[in-house]
Each structure stands twice: as structure tokens, then as C-alpha cells.
Design a protein around this ligand. Structure first.
Ligand SMILES: Nc1ncnc2c1ncn2[C@@H]1O[C@H](COP(=O)(O)OP(=O)(O)OP(=O)(O)O)[C@@H](O)[C@H]1O
Ligand SMILES: [Mg+2]
Length: 341
């Protein structure tokens, strides 16, 4: 299937080149959204049949929740989108009063829609609505359900009160897989004539952690800053320690070579990386490593986890990182060598 990018639909207006790429390449139809196939299939069926239930879409940032809801609403309502949709997001006032007045009066409003379609109220970032405002929605959702349907998007489904959850179909979006992000990045690279090498794309995927928005933003920043997508450039733009350096630190730790490990970590520290950046990258490199023996990996992850917790509690000092290095080096040591006779 050719996407809207390939068909040249995405840069629809003349100012398109001024838009950030995340907006320029925001999918316009459900078919263009990558990943979460099963859930998107369900939405496509709803878009075709027209009987949209109340839905809640939850998941991490930048994986297509807002986009899916907009595509669904456009496909359901077509030209009637403008009259038939009320969108409120976290930037709008959404207290109890708004639910009582604005949402209720929109639900009561009469508009002409295509046959069998309903008005749609989109509540984006619904987890930031107060519990009181959500309570006020309960009855409104039921009373006007013959004419109006609610679509909610949120990062944390548990911040949506139970009674609303029970009125909605809950769709959970997973983080996007590497291949899915790669597919979209390649399409954009081709369309924007971006020069890249494979390491560069791998670095973009590594730094984005399943967040498509981050991947596309980093692609654009690297391209406009350096004019070439290589792993060095990507890590400079993302301001994260290079995994190759982290890899060499881990190799030193595996050999219990504390001096080398400390020298290298000192180097990173002097370059200005924060403790949290370093610890998180160490974790991700260990997790992705397929060369490390299973036992070592388990012990390393355990120690990194403890350090992560302490750094988050506020102790992000160099000594903390030194302590981590020491404990990682100890994993490979034989305790019997250190027993005092
Ligand atoms: N699954 C996807 N397929 C294609 N593009 C995507 C996808 N997910 C995100 N994007 C890109 O990322 C941008 C942001 O997506 P979107 O606004 O839907 O994120 P979100 O899930 O609502 O995130 P948040 O929780 O931060 O609101 C889109 O403009 C689009 O360019
Ligand atoms: Mg969103």
C-alpha cells in the first residue's frame, strides 16, 4: 500500500516546508499509521461501519494516539468534521464548569451529519482532567449517547476514573517496534532526500525508544544541523552518551578493570552528561547486548536499577557512578581471591 507520503499528499499546503516534519508527516488516514496493527484494524472497522463506541486510547507519548483519533473522526464525518467535532485538550479549560456548559451544550446541539454517524467529542490528554470533571461526564456520556460519542486519549489509563473506563472501549497502544519506526523514517528520508547511513538510522531508533515523534524530530534536527545522518551526529544532537563509549565501559567492568572504567566514566562526566543520562544509557546498552553472559547481564541490571533509584532520589553525584562501577566490576570477581587467611 502506498502511503500518503509516497503519493505526495502530506505536504498539502504551500507553506508545508516550514512545518516541523512531525506535523508535515502526521498521518491523515488510519492506513498511514504504523504499528499497533490489531488496534488500528479495529478502528478501521469502526470508521467503515460508523457505529463508534466511546473509546479511550492509552499509551506512551508520540505513538499515534491523537493522530488515530483525528483520522477516525475525519473518516467518520468527512466534510462535516468542523460542525460535528468538539476537541478539547489539556491546553483548554476543562473543569467541571466546562463539562457542564460547553460539553453539554455541544452534546445537545443539532447538526446535520452523514447518515448513521454521531457527533464526536475528543478529550485529548484526558488524564489531566480532574476527577470531579470526569465525574461530571458520567451521566452526560449516557444521556446523549444516541447522538454523541466520546473519544479520549491519555498516557495513563489509570488516571481515568473507573466509571468512565467501564463506559468505554479501552484501546492500549504499545511502544512502536524498531522496524515500524524504521519504515516511517525511510519514507521521510526518501521524500526529503535526506542522506544517511545505516548506523545513523540505528542511532535514531535507539535514542527514540519507541517514540515516533522523538525519532522524527531527531531526524530533522540532525539533518538541519549536520546535513548527514550518522550515529555520531545523532548522538550529538540528542545529547546522550554514545553507546560505543558505554560499551567500552561495560567491557572494562566485565574484566573487573576498575581503573579503565573509572577513567572513561570520568571522561563522560567531564563532558557534562548528567548521572541520569549515563545510568539510563548504561541500562539500555546492557539490555540490548547479546554478547554478555546471562548471569552477568542479570547482575548488571540489578545493580544499575539500584543506582537509577538512588539518582532519582536526588543523589546524582560522580561518587554514585563510581559506586556503580565498583559494584559492576565486583560481579566478575572471584570472592575467594579476597578472603583474608
Ligand atoms: N504510529 C504512527 N505512525 C506514523 N506517525 C506517527 C505515529 N505515531 C506518531 N507519529 C508521528 O508523531 C507525531 C505525534 O503523534 P501523536 O500526536 O499522535 O502522538 P500521541 O500519541 O498523541 O502523543 P502524546 O501522548 O504526547 O499526546 C505525529 O505527528 C506523527 O508525525
Ligand atoms: Mg496526543
Amino acid at each position: 500500500m502506498t502511503s500518503s507520503i509516497a503519493k505526495g499528499k502530506a505536504p498539502a499546503n504551500n507553506n508545508a516546508y516550514e512545518l516541523p516534519w512531525v506535523e508535515k508527516y502526521r498521518p491523515q488516514v488510519l492506513d498511514d499509521i504504523v504499528g499497533n496493527e490489531e488496534t488500528i484494524e479495529r478502528l478501521k472497522v469502526i470508521a467503515k461501519d460508523g457505529n463508534c463506541p466511546h473509546i479511550v486510547i492509552s499509551g506512551m507519548p508520540g505513538i499515534g494516539k491523537t493522530t488515530s483519533i483525528h483520522c477516525l473522526a475525519h473518516q467518520l464525518l468527512g466534510d462535516a468534521y468542523k460542525e460535528g467535532v468538539l476537541e478539547l485538550n489539556a491546553s483548554d479549560e476543562r473543569g467541571i464548569d466546562v463539562v457542564r456548559n460547553k460539553i453539554k451544550s455541544f452534546a445537545q446541539k443539532k447538526v446535520t451529519l452523514p447518515h448513521g454517524r454521531h457527533k464526536i467529542i475528543i478529550l485529548d490528554e484526558a488524564d489531566s482532567m480532574t476527577a470531579g470533571a470526569q465525574q461530571a461526564l458520567r451521566r452526560t456520556m449516557e444521556v446523549y449517547s444516541n447522538t454523541t460519542r466520546f473519544c479520549l486519549a491519555c498516557n495513563m489509563a489509570n488516571k481515568i476514573i473507573e466509571p468512565i473506563q467501564s463506559r468505554c472501549a479501552i484501546l492500549r497502544y504499545a511502544k512502536l517496534r524498531d522496524t515500524e519506526i524504521l519504515k516511517r523514517l525511510l519514507e521521510i528520508c526518501e521524500f526529503e532526500k535526506v542522506k544517511y547511513n545505516d548506523d545513523g538510522l540505528t542511532a535514531l531508533i535507539f535514542t527514540s525508544e519507541g517514540d515516533m515523534r522523538q525519532a522524527i524530530n531527531n531526524l530533522q534536527s540532525t539533518w538541519s544541523g549536520f546535513g548527514f545522518i550518522s550515529s555520531e551526529n545523532v548522538f550529538k544532537v540528542c545529547d546522550q552518551p554514545h553507546p560505543v563509549v558505554i560499551q567500552s565501559i561495560l567491557q572494562a567492568c566485565q574484566k573487573s578493570d576498575i581503573d579503565t572504567a573509572m577513567d572513561k566514566i570520568q571522561e563522560l562526566w567531564d563532558q557534562g552528561y548528567s548521572a541520569i543520562d549515563i545510568v539510563v544509557t548504561i541500562f539500555r546498552v546492557v539490555k540490548a547486548s547479546d554478547k554478555m553472559p546471562e548471569y552477568t547481564k542479570l547482575e548488571f541490571i540489578k545493580e544499575i536499577g539500584w543506582t537509577h533509584m538512588r539518582v532519582l532520589e536526588g543523589v546524582g553525584t560522580f561518587v554514585q557512578l563510581g559506586g556503580l562501577m565498583a559494584r559492576l566490576c565486583k560481579v566478575g570477581m572471584k570472592p575467594e581471591l579476597f578472603q583474608i587467611q
